[in-house]
Design a protein around this ligand. Structure first.
Ligand SMILES: C[S@@+](CC[C@H](N)C(=O)[O-])C[C@H]1O[C@@H](n2cnc3c(N)ncnc32)[C@H](O)[C@@H]1O
Length: 288
């Protein structure tokens, strides 16, 4: 017997419970993080409509132990959503696995998204042995730890301003045995990077809302030349246009910073709303 993929099974469950029309609204809005399922609520359906869906997900996907509904978009400085429990265990902490690494995460207090899975590995694959890296917005440490496990950096400075993210990041560093390479730091990235002026080969800025605001701080952390990975949100009719618009914005920012720069790569990470995209650029920057 051929097993149905998880995506198809979720779609079938949603269609049975919500009807075809409403099921379509949650398509692409369900994430499985460890043994927790999270559904991002579409604005026009009430919370109660999702309770039977949560119960059915628990019945049909035995490895899922609790189902939550995200009732807000990511907000606050810590970039977390508010969730209500739909079914199963009242537990927001789980163990999430990616690229052979293991992460303790808490969906109610730290940002985590399997949608960044590809980016985590893509960046790790770019790292050369001996690099000094700064991750300015590290969350529970996914980029930093995957880089430490998959590449051979000398050091990864892994910063987050959320105390709970810092706490989980420290646990995750130990869980994955990368204490010698990844250094967790609690604080505002703009302040912490001051300690590493002119030291980095690579700076990651995985917080789209801040990457332009903190661009100069990232640049000052680079050696004479280095690579920055900037994430941003862009409004555009379609993906190619988003990629071009984002590039123009960063070109202007960089031109105003008096540095030499070269766009090495760019991609649309995902669509985050109607005509709204998350993009990333890898940019080589040389100071002076
Ligand atoms: C989108 S999340 C990072 C996701 C993470 N890189 C991953 O791969 O799972 C952005 C993170 O930036 C943190 N943050 C927000 N403002 C910050 C600041 N000024 N300095 C350092 N971290 C900050 C938030 O607490 C949040 O954990």
């Amino acid at each position: 017997m051929v097993e149905m993929s998880r995506g198809k099974l979720l779609r079938k469950i949603a269609e049975e419970i919500l009807g075809v029309e409403n099921a379509r609204k949650i398509w692409g809005r369900v994430e499985i993080i460890g043994d927790i399922a999270v559904i991002r609520k579409p604005p026009d359906l009430p919370v109660e409509a999702f309770v039977p869906l949560g119960e059915e997900i628990l019945r049909k996907l035995p490895y899922v132990k609790s189902v939550w509904l995200a009732v807000t978009s990511v907000k606050t400085q810590h970039r977390i959503r508010e969730h209500v429990l739909l079914a199963g265990e009242n537990r927001s902490v789980t163990t999430y696995r990616e690229h052979g690494c293991v992460f303790k995460v808490d969906i109610n207090s730290v940002y985590v998204s399997p949608a960044l899975n590809y980016e985590h590995r893509r960046i790790a694959d770019l790292v050369r042995p001996g690099e000094f890296i700064i991750n300015m917005f590290a969350g529970a440490g996914l980029f930093s730890i995957i880089i430490a496990k998959k590449a051979k950096p000398r050091k990864v400075i892994s910063i987050d301003i959320n105390p709970r993210a810092y706490e989980l990041m420290r646990e995750n560093i130990a869980l994955n045995g990368v204490e010698d390479v990844v250094e967790a730091r609690l604080g505002d990235a703009a302040q912490v990077v001051k300690e590493f002026t002119g030291m980095s080969d690579r700076v990651l800025m995985p917080l789209p809302e801040y990457s332009r605001i903190y661009l100069r701080d990232a640049i000052s952390a680079l050696r004479d030349c280095g690579v920055i990975h900037v994430y941003d949100f862009v409004s555009a009719e379609e993906r190619d246009e988003a990629l071009l618009k984002g590039k123009e914005v960063f070109s202007e920012e960089l031109a105003g910073s008096g540095v030499r720069y070269e766009f090495l790569y760019g991609r649309v990470v995902r669509s985050v709303g109607p005509r709204y995209y998350q993009v990333v650029y890898d940019i080589r920057v040389c100071r002076g």
